[in-house]
Structures are given as C-alpha cells and as structure tokens.
Ligand binder design. Structure first.
Ligand code: AMO
Length: 448
C-alpha cells in the first residue's frame, strides 16, 4: 500500500492506511501501547492493544503469536527508528493529537536507531549542530526550510515576471570582489585562486553584456573570523543588478517590491504555522519602506541616548537596533533603508553624489534591527572608477578584467546583495543564522 503523508490523514475516511516515518515517543502501558510517529508533514498517534503472553487455549494461536511479536517490537522501539505501519485510521475527537489515530495491524522497523539519542531538547546550539540531521527533525526546524523554499520561490517568480535573467557566476575567482581581508585563498594548479565573496563583478558584467536585469541566489564565502550570530564563512547571497537606473532609489524600489512578493507568499502559506511555532505574527511590509540618510540616522540614534562608538561613521549593531526601534515607533515599520553612506565606508565601485563626493548613492537595508542587505548605484564611468579604485589603494592589474567591462559601452546600473539566512532569522525571530542555515559554516565548523 502506498504511503500517506501524515498531514493528509485527517480528511480521509476511516479505513486502512499506510504511514511511514520515525518514532517520536513510545508509551508502553500494560494493556495498551501508544507510538507517536512523525514524518516530514506532521505527527500521528498509533495505538496497539498489548498482548503480553500466549494463552494455551487461544482461538487462533498464530494470530496471537503475531500479536505478541508486535507488542514486543513496539516495546523495543528506539526513539528515531524509521518504521512503516499499516493499520486502521479512526477519527476520534478524544485523541488530542489531531483527533485521529491509527490502530496498528503491522509494523516494520525499516531502519533501527541506536537507543541513546545524542541530543535532547535542552542541548546547546553547538551540540545540536554537531547532530544537525537529528536536530532538523524538529518540526520548527523543518518549518524554517519550508519557509525558505516558499520565500526563494516567490522571489524567483517575481524576478521572472519582471524580466530578470537568472545567472550563475563562478565561485572560483582570480581576485577579491569585496575586501582582501576576508578572502579565502586556495591552490589552483600552478597558481592561486580565491573563493568568491560576492557575485559583484560578474553581475555587473551582465550590464555591458546587454542582459538588462539579472539575479542570482548562490553561495558567497568570507574568511571572517568573527563568531557573531549573523556571520558565517559561507552564506547564501541573494543578488540582483539592473540597467538604466537613475540612482539607488530605483534599486530600493525594486528591492522593496521583491520583498513584498516574498513576504506575501510566506504569510499566505505559513503565517499560522509561524505564529504557532515561533510566536511571530508575520505581516507583509507596506511600501514604500522608510528611507533615512545615514547622517540623520546618527542624529536619531543619539536622540535616543545611544552614542555609536565607531569612528568610521558607520552604525554599529546597537546603533542599528536603536534606529530600527525608532522606525518601529515612528512609522510602525520593521524595515528601513539607511541611505547615502559616506564614501570612506563604501567600496570603490559605489557611485558618489554628483554634488558631494563624500557621499555615495548607496543604502543598507535593516530589518528588525539588523542589516540584511547592501545596495547601490555603481560607478560606470571608467575614468572615475579607476580614480576611485586608486583612492582605495587597489591594484589596477587585478582589476583590469573588471575595468574592461566599462570600456565598450555600459548602461548606468545598480543592484543589491542580501543574506538569505539573515532574512529568515529576523523574519522568524530567531537568535542566530546558525538556526536558519541548513549546514552552518564558521571559523570552527566544517562538519557535518
Ligand atoms: P555586503 O558585503 O554588505 O555587500 O553583503 C551583502 C549582505 O550579505 C550578507 N552577508 C553575510 N551573511 C552571513 N555571513 C557573512 N559573513 C556575511 N557577509 C555579508 C548580509 C549583507 O547585508 N557586493 C555587495 C552587495 C551589492 O552591493 O550588491 C556585498 O556583498 O546580509
């Protein structure tokens, strides 16, 4: 008999069903045994009237022996073992778990689990990550990755409907694309290669290539030695780049519409589950998102009694939290675009204001107090770009291939990069991107 997903049992009429999954708990009482069985879609109660011994004058000795064997098998079930069960589905509103139960006719242990489970509900996050495949069996963990699927699918759909081309840029690079400090170097035959920190240069290449609008969802690598809740050494970067923008405002307008599409899909499909699992009443953000120039953001944060300790003019994590708190109070919004970053704290490829070279046509997007994205209009005038690179102390030889993109006709353009795990962490109110990354990679984690 083909397997029915547990979530599909409730609407079925009473009758024979087959379910398959792993053993969550066994309640082995003298007269009756209960097994809570889980699969990727839910949990269901299985029940078996226990047969503890053979009686001499049994009407059907063979059937009684089978019943005894089944009872013993259930008594010996280890948490986590994979089983396939056929039995009689019965609707009974007294059953707390969904008002249904399955009376076991046959139970096959397909794959046995070791009796001692290495993690428990109170295990540390690090220990859970050591046993990630077991940790992921938790329904909340499963939900995170179903939300991720819905979110990514909605972004892709929006992009496709808006004429974006999906690209896959190489992750093996000849040079840095962001900062040299966070670059992973590896042996590459006789020479060296680097892991891509961002598709930055190659998504920009799609502009002189005449693609118009592009996107990519792919890994990015940063040799960042920090152990914060928002940094990984490998993360999934959501990137977009588009031609013929007048300023970063056009990029922000695209970015917020895209997020509305993503949040709409997640709220519609998972809103109730998210509220039940994480206590978060997720809503679709209103457009336009508030926009606050960085200089004004500093004033607002200061007015709340917080002095940003950084000297480079950027906000620090507490500054970001304070600003988001202000935005929530003043605008009732969870998102804010912080715009017009100072040239000194932005990469050479950001376009600067035409009337103030100290400011860039750029933004960071904060969500619930944390940066999720950086975007900008790019400098497309090659002489200006070369001068800006030199000003930042970059080696022109390493950039020649990139500078060539700007020598044969290139439209004005701009785009953004956004960390997928950060969006999910903030969306679901979780404490770390380790929870929202399938397999986290950090300075001390390469396994599993
Ligand atoms: P940036 O370096 O700000 O910009 O990165 C963009 C977004 O990527 C995520 N992110 C990270 N997530 C997890 N771990 C990390 N170590 C990490 N580093 C970055 C963040 C961040 O906001 N090329 C530009 C984007 C652009 O201008 O298009 C860039 O990479 O969510």
């Amino acid at each position: 008999m083909t397997r029915t997903l547990i979530k599909h049992l409730a609407p079925l009429p009473d009758g024979t069903v087959t379910v398959a999954g792993w053993v969550d708990t066994v309640r082995d009482q003298k007269k009756v045994q209960f097994v809570i069985l889980r699969d990727e879609s839910g949990a269901v109660q299985l029940v078996n009237p226990a047969t503890r011994e053979l009686t001499e004058d049994a009407a059907d000795p063979a059937a009684q022996a089978a019943a005894l064997a089944l009872t013993e098998t259930i008594s010996g079930l280890a948490h986590g073992s994979m089983v396939r069960v056929t039995g009689e589905l019965k609707h009974d509103e007294r059953v707390k778990l969904g008002g249904i139960e399955v009376k076991i006719a046959s139970l096959e242990v397909v794959s046995e689990a070791l009796p001692e489970t290495p993690i428990a509900d109170d295990s540390s996050l690090d220990k859970r990550l050591d046993w990630r495949f077991l940790d992921l069996r938790r329904p909340e963990a499963n939900l995170i990755f179903r939300v991720q699927t819905t979110f990514e699918h909605a972004l892709r759909t929006w992009w496709v409907e808006n004429d974006f081309v999906e690209i896959h840029t190489p992750k093996l690079m000849a040079s840095a694309s962001e900062s040299r400090a966070e670059l992973f170097e590896l042996e590459y035959f006789e020479g060296k290669a680097y892991l891509s920190q961002s598709p930055q240069f190659f998504k920009q290449m799609a502009q002189p290539a005449g693609f118009g609008r592009v996107f990519e969802i792919a890994p990015a690598f940063r040799a960042d030695p920090s152990f914060t809740s928002r940094h990984a050494t490998e993360f999934t970067s959501i990137d977009a780049e588009m031609s013929w923008v007048d300023s970063h405002e056009d990029v922000m307008a695209m970015h917020e519409q895209l997020l509305v599409a993503g949040f709409t899909a997640v709220v519609e499909k998972h809103g109730a589950e998210i509220e039940a699992a994480f206590g978060v009443a997720l809503t679709v953000p209103a457009v336009p998102f508030p926009r606050i120039p960085l200089a004004e953001a500093h004033e607002l944060v200061k007015a709340r009694g917080y002095e940003v300790p950084r000297t480079d003019g950027d906000l620090d994590p507490e500054g970001e939290r304070q600003l988001s708190a202000h935005v929530r109070e003043a605008f009732g919004h969870d998102f804010v675009f912080v715009t017009d970053y100072a040239t000194g704290i932005r990469p050479f490829y950001h376009m600067r204001h035409s009337d103030d070279s100290g400011l860039t046509n750029s933004y960071d997007l904060l969500y619930n107090g944390t940066e999720i994205s950086t975007g900008a209009q790019r400098e497309h005038r090659v002489d200006v770009l070369i001068a800006q690179a030199a000003e930042k102390g970059l080696e022109p030889e390493e950039l020649e291939f990139y500078l060539d993109f700007f020598r044969y006709g290139v439209p004005p353009h701009g785009g953004f990069g956004m960390g997928l795990a950060r969006v999910l962490m903030l969306m679901l109110g979780l404490g770390s991107i380790r929870e929202t990354t399938y397999l986290f990679r950090g300075p001390t984690r390469l396994l599993p």
